[in-house]
Design a protein around this ligand. Structure first.
Ligand SMILES: CC(=O)SCCNC(=O)CCNC(=O)[C@H](O)C(C)(C)COP(=O)(O)OP(=O)(O)OC[C@H]1O[C@@H](n2cnc3c(N)ncnc32)[C@H](O)[C@@H]1OP(=O)(O)O
Ligand SMILES: O=C([O-])CC(=O)C(=O)O
Length: 377
């Protein structure tokens, strides 16, 4: 039988200068800057600039970029109406998916056909600026509450927390925590959702269509949806003493443990230690160390029994939980961050485009058959 790469494992589909995912070394860098260094020295906004413009901004460039980012937050009235009238029990990722698609309806710059990269860069920033507001507005409206006034004096992390918390400006600690999480989730090579975005835009469709594809792809529990699965798992276990039995049961039934394993990293995901450190500090402060105790034991068993390590979703879940963020907003927060990478990858795709069209290994009937009349089937 002809060999093929199931799940496209190991297949190189394109070239990218944006993020370097070094699976064996357990190292991640954006445009040649190690994530440890970026987390230490840059804001999320600097990272978005880096991804969109392929270099770090100078001070005046950063200021102009932040201003443009912050003045692009308002949603069109039609999108606000949709968010107010959407089912209150809708999955927030479905709201993001439909909301991004609707934003495209109201943006006359978004056209199909030959790309205009300057226009596309402006659309990219607009998408990054509006997704957090989409998420927060839906969260407020579903509780029958108003969205606080949009502000331009808060960074992305602060503004999102301010919106979901009804206008309360978050602590510096909370802002810094979310800012780090956004940086760590910004881009990650040819992951499934980024691939979706590039496949869509490679047909010369528009940026909104590409990001809508990406949101739908991120939602699944084998990808971005795993962070919500981690908290559901920890809630189900409930007690550090019950971890061993729970994990053994899962392994016996050949079920997956959420937040563990990665297609590319064969060692610890380099983002996990950052998020673990934040999770440890935050749960200690909350006086709820059991979350991290359960997580540590799960990670230990999975390393020993399966040789698998924690991925980015494993500790981010506890970080968001400790910030008081509702569980069903965890994957939307991933989308907020990854929108910067998706849009950067779309811009990169458009700079040197070629349609994606792989082959399939046909395994259906080898002989042609006549179509029988319907009464004889
Ligand atoms: C942001 C991100 O997208 S990071 C990933 C988020 N997803 C998750 O955390 C979900 C849980 N993890 C997984 O499902 C997988 O590890 C993936 C999807 C991330 C990677 O999957 P793949 O590279 O396709 O590996 P695949 O699913 O084929 O697993 C290979 C083997 O490891 C096992 N395995 C992989 N992950 C896990 C896990 N989390 N729990 C239990 N077993 C696992 C599989 O059962 C399989 O075992 P087998 O060879 O004995 O049948
Ligand atoms: O790279 C992947 O396969 C999954 C992903 O998006 C990430 O780990 O951030």
């Amino acid at each position: 039988m002809t060999e093929y790469a199931k799940g496209l494992e190991g297949v190189i589909a394109n070239e990218s200068a944006l993020s370097n995912v070094e699976g064996k070394a357990g190292r991640l860098s954006y445009l040649g800057y190690h994530i440890d260094d970026l987390v230490e020295n840059c804001s999320y906004e600097e990272v978005v600039y880096l991804l969109h413009y392929n270099r770090l901004p100078k001070q005046d460039e950063l200021e102009a970029f932040e201003k443009a980012f912050r003045t692009d937050r308002e949603l069109p009235a039609g999108v606000i109406d949709f968010l107010k009238n959407a089912p209150k029990d809708a999955n927030p990722m479905d709201i993001v998916r439909t909301g991004v698609s609707m934003l495209g309806l109201y943006d006359k710059r978004a056209t199909i056909g030959e790309p205009d990269l300057e226009k596309d860069a402006a659309i990219a920033l607009s998408i990054c600026a509006k997704i957090p507001v989409l998420v927060a507005a839906f969260h407020r409206f579903r509780q029958g509450l108003e969205l606080p006034p949009i502000r331009e004096d808060l960074c992305e992390a602060a503004h999102f927390l301010y919106l979901i918390n009804g206008g309360e400006v978050p602590t510096d600690r909370a802002i810094r925590t979310l800012d780090v999480a956004l940086t760590l989730h910004a881009d990650h090579g040819m992951n499934a959702s980024t691939f979706s975005a590039r496949v869509t835009v490679a047909t010369l469709s528009d940026m909104y269509s590409a990001i809508t594809s990406a949101v739908g792809t991120l939602k699944g529990p084998l990808h971005g949806g795993a962070n919500e699965g981690v908290i559901h798992m920890l809630e189900e276990i409930g007690d550090p003493a019950k971890v061993d039995e729970y994990v053994e049961g899962k392994l016996t039934r050949k079920e997956k443990i959420m937040g563990i394993g990665h297609r590319v990293y064969k060692v610890l995901d380099p983002r996990a230690p950052h998020l673990r450190k934040l999770a440890v500090q935050l749960t200690e402060e909350l006086g709820e160390p059991k979350w991290i105790q359960m997580s540590e034991r799960i990670a230990e068993i999975m390393r020993e029994r399966k040789g698998l390590n924690a991925n980015v979703d494993f500790y981010s879940a506890t970080v968001y939980y400790s910030l008081g963020i509702p569980t069903d907003l965890f994957t939307p927060i991933f989308a907020i961050a990854r929108a910067s990478g998706w849009t950067a990858q779309v811009l990169e795709q458009l700079r040197d485009n070629r349609l994606y069209r792989p082959m399939t290994l046909y395994v259906g009937p080898s002989e042609l058959m006549p179509v029988p009349p319907i009464e004889n089937r």
